[in-house]
Design a protein around this ligand. Sequence first.
Ligand code: SME
Length: 153
Amino acid sequence: MEFPKEKKEETYRSLLPQIEALVEGEADLTANMANVCALLHTTFGFWWTGFYRVMGAELVLGPFQGPVACTRIGRGRGVCGTAWAEGTTQVVPDVELFPGHIACSAASRSEIVVPLWRDGEVIAVLDIDSDRLATFDNVDRTWLEQIAALLAR
Ligand code: SME
């Protein structure tokens, strides 16, 4: 079932202080990524929610919730590699229309990928997949960028 669009804003607003509290009490990035993706995934019922970390020339799979996923993605490859290379959030309403989209799961229909910045560099990306078309919009972008900033600081 799709999360009701009219509830998204208030739901993100209520998540933010929970995430702040989680992150303030723990300095380890992996532990914080694990809790943040669990919180987002269970709250919104996404298809796949997780992180890829920049490791040299590739993104490497980090903490996630959902089905098994590809472990390594090159810079500029797919939606994740594009978010990393361009340093911008990618909102993809229909993954079949995104050139080079990497289909880790055939059920994925739309996607958002948000870079995490530290000291002027992208250190990871937050990737969320939906099994519905056009799940993500500017509301998701705005709040997920704030969550990414909280995690990376
Ligand atoms: N679809 C992504 C790959 C990662 S999976 O969605 C978990 C991409 O094109 O980068």
